[in-house]
Ligand binder design. Sequence first.
Ligand SMILES: Cc1cc2nc3c(=O)[nH]c(=O)nc-3n(C[C@H](O)[C@H](O)[C@H](O)COP(=O)(O)OP(=O)(O)OC[C@H]3O[C@@H](n4cnc5c(N)ncnc54)[C@H](O)[C@@H]3O)c2cc1C
Length: 497
Amino acid sequence: MSGEKSAAIIGAGIGGIVTAIYLAKNGFKVDIYEKNSIPGGRCSNLIHEGHRFDLGATMLMMPGIYKKVFSSLGIPLFENNDIKPLEDLYRIYFDNNEIITFSTDENKMKTEHEKTEPGSFDSAKKYVSDGYEIFKTGINDLLDRNFYNLFQFINFRNIGLLIKLKTYISNYRYVKKFFRHPHLRMAYTFQNIYVGQSPFNSPALFSMVPAAELTEGSFFPIGGMFSIVEKLLAEAISSGVVFHYNMPVSRISVKGKKAERIILENGTEIKADIFVANADLPYVYRKLLPDKWRSARIERMKYSCSAICYHWGLDKVYPQLAHHNVFLSDKFREGLDRIFKDKSVSDNPSFYVHAPVRTDPSAAPDNHDTISVTVGAGNIDKKKNQDWDGLKNKTRAAVIKRLKQSGLEDIEDHIKFEICHTPESWENACNISRGSVFGSLAHNILQMGYFRPHNNHPYYRNLYFVGGSTHPGNGIPNVLISAKLTAERILNKQTNH
Ligand SMILES: Cc1cc2nc3c(=O)[nH]c(=O)nc-3n(C[C@H](O)[C@H](O)[C@H](O)COP(=O)(O)OP(=O)(O)OC[C@H]3O[C@@H](n4cnc5c(N)ncnc54)[C@H](O)[C@@H]3O)c2cc1C
């Protein structure tokens, strides 16, 4: 097409692919350059000896946001019955062997709450309905909009909004107003880890996460979370997007106020009218762009935590486990301090176990099991003496000990193979700064909204960003919104010129 604009996108994560579809559908010629041999980034998978592991994301939550973005792209999502609603969202295990199941079934929730703290079910209903209001307001007024100037963000209306969004109180202090029992306080705040934060240091805005899960439900796509990437990929290809795998970008060359070309590691130079970086934003400033002073400012910002992930192929199925399992240690606060203050891992870690075969038997060979364990860990900090191999082994032993205590006595004998990701391997796999896989930039209120690095470079005006490290933040629902907002900004600029 003559006069067709061209876009070169760095990275085929969810953010890169969704932006590509929006642009291709609006007349752009789009090429994506991805360093890895497969798309998906932190939502990719790995298949080994018939076991399929979701490497990052495992929960499809906030389905309303998926529906909104997918339908705006004309992609059917929930219509084919291949995305299953989970009645039980997760099973939460405590050190005294008490188990609380979070469910979309009200009666079950009532029993689970009342056995722990009489009267707590009514408090839970209030917590969830208030949190869901925060979620709706947060999405409409803070997360799902581009801020074009500081005044749009800081004005009298929005100061009221920040109060309404409970940004003045920590999530853990807030939950104490609802529940006396420490297990319920932990059960309603551990979700902060989804965005790489401690509930002791992040705003009660994040009470919206369990509230959204309990109100809208949690889903699992048959085929794993990567099947979401596959749906996007099919649409991108049919819209004309061209994917180039094993093509790491090593530099963005600039001239005046414009990005001019990207230079691939193999030396090839690619020119385009606009560039979109889906790769981690601090990494792009530090490694791909020339002006180091801008990057130094971003280096001084706060970063989210990292994770150690163990993927196990087992030759036995453990019915004790649900699809999603959360093991919370009584040393909850101490564990979070080890992650966020010491940049290490707790000796008695809380952790999450994904066991997808319960919903999707195709994740493992018959009578075998596919299990992934995720343990929160400090991000990479050169000032600390971090021995990731040592921590990996020590943490594995602590996880196995805790699983044995819950009745999986012989689990160690049934692990056929293990694949492990540490903060260092996360950093290498996707170029995530400091291995801070849940961000990478943290989500404190001074790094959100207008204060988060923008999706358009402040100087090189044809360079855009998309993904978890720009506005609005991490997690697939946010990344979908990010792609929509970045595409909107690009397209608005085209129509206004
Ligand atoms: C352990 C874990 C569990 C999670 N669980 C959930 C969950 O249950 N639900 C949920 O919604 N979210 C979850 N998330 C978050 C979710 O996975 C991410 O928010 C999302 O996948 C990020 O997408 P993205 O497009 O921003 O970035 P990425 O997926 O990181 O994509 C960026 C892409 O850029 C590529 N790239 C980087 N540098 C270059 C370069 N120089 N040249 C070319 N390509 C490059 C990378 O290889 C990558 O493919 C989880 C994340 C992790 C790590």
